[in-house]
Each structure stands twice: as structure tokens, then as C-alpha cells.
Design a protein around this ligand. Structure first.
Ligand code: GRF
Length: 201
């Protein structure tokens, strides 16, 4: 399965996919895109020999033009699956609709708790003892699509946002690689029409 990954930052989540033993077997990362030039995620892709692209909002007249340009660039790589690995922009309808059921996002909290750009900070501030990460199908909302899998992470005394987020990211990397491989296996040997419903009802 051809996978396009979109990332906005350091790309440690992307790195987990690049390092997966299933890469090149069950699925292949055919391109890595970002909304920002020069981010580490693009360097990690280049080091792995994966083509990269940048579609920056500043290069487009307005938000709809950016959405359309990103959708066109992603489509050019003919992905079977699009993975948002730390992509910090809300996607417009063109890309979400073009990839319906074939785009996943990873979020560093146990959705539906703590959606949005500060899930780790919000969980810590709320005083939860267990948080975690979620991989879900992307729909038109923000962090609202059908949940595919989750992993729990305990909050430790003395945790701050950085230490807790690092611990969550460790779980997140394994979770995302596992879900991508499962979706790839299903797309070649479909077991159900809804990937999130693999277990028998
Ligand atoms: C991940 O925790 C992701 O869920 C969140 O930002 C982090 C991305 O980290 N949106 P990285 O850029 O992959 O290191």
C-alpha cells in the first residue's frame, strides 16, 4: 500500500514508520509532505530516500487555495493511505473528502478527551492519572473521526508537559505503526468494510 505522510514538526512519529520492518513489505512511504519548509520531518524523509514536498499556506492566496494545492500534491502520489503524523493544520474539505476512510491521524490523548492542539497540556492540567494516544480516521471535524486504536500512558508524579508528551510519543509511535500495518493488511485482504470494526461484533 502506498502511504503519504504529512508532518509539521520534528517527525519522530514519522521516523517510527520509516524504521518499521513492515515498510517496503506491507506498505511503502512514497512521499512525506509538510506545511512548513525545513522541518526535521522533511530531513528524516530525505535521509530515508523518500521524496518530500512542502505546501506552505504563505505560498497561496487564501486557505481554500492552500487546501486545493495540498490535495493535488497528495493525490499526485496516488496514496492508498494518508497518515497525519504531527500535522498541525486543520485540513479543508478537498483533502478530507478525497481521502475519506483512507486518512488517519494520531493524537496524544485518549479521545474524545482533550482534543485539539494542546491535548497533553490539557490532560496534565486536568489532573488525570492516565492519558495516552489515539489513532483515528480523519473526518470533517477536528480529532473527531472513528477511533481505530488507543494506548494508555500513566501520568507520573513530577511530569510536566514535555516529559509526559515524550512518554506518550513513545506509545504513539508503536500504535501508529501497528495501525498502518493492520490497515495495509486489510486493504490487501479486506476482512470488513469498516477498518475500525475488525473484531467480530
Ligand atoms: C505527536 O505527539 C502528535 O500526536 C502531535 O504532535 C506530536 C508530533 O511529534 N500532534 P513529532 O513531530 O512526530 O516528533
Amino acid at each position: 500500500v502506498r502511504v503519504v505522510v504529512l508532518a509539521s514538526g520534528s517527525g519522530s512519529t514519522l521516523q517510527a514508520l520509516l524504521d518499521s520492518p513492515d515498510r517496503g513489505a506491507l506498505w511503502e512511504v512514497v512521499a512525506v509532505g509538510s506545511d512548513k519548509p525545513g522541518v526535521s520531518a522533511l530531513d528524516r524523509a530525505a535521509r530515508a530516500g523518500v521524496p518530500t514536498f512542502t505546501v506552505a499556506p504563505a505560498d497561496h492566496a487564501d486557505r481554500p487555495a492552500w487546501d486545493a494545492a495540498l490535495a493535488a500534491e497528495v493525490a499526485r502520489h496516488e496514496p492508498g493511505l494518508v497518515v497525519l503524523a504531527g500535522f498541525m493544520r486543520i485540513l479543508g474539505a478537498p483533502l478530507v473528502e478525497a481521502c475519506a476512510g483512507r486518512m488517519v491521524n494520531t493524537h496524544p490523548a485518549l479521545l474524545p478527551s482533550f482534543p485539539g492542539a494542546h491535548g497533553v497540556r490539557d490532560a496534565l492540567a486536568h489532573g488525570v492519572k492516565v492519558t495516552g494516544c489515539t489513532v483515528h480516521l480523519v473526518d470533517a471535524g477536528v480529532d473527531t473521526g472513528p477511533i481505530l486504536d488507543q494506548s494508555a500512558v500513566r501520568v507520573l508524579p513530577g511530569d510536566d508537559e514535555a516529559t509526559l508528551h515524550e512518554r506518550i510519543k513513545t506509545a504513539e509511535r508503536d500504535l501508529l505503526a501497528h495501525v498502518v500495518s493492520r490497515l495495509a493488511r486489510e486493504s490487501t485482504h479486506p476482512t470488513s468494510t469498516h477498518p475500525e470494526r475488525t473484531a467480530p461484533r
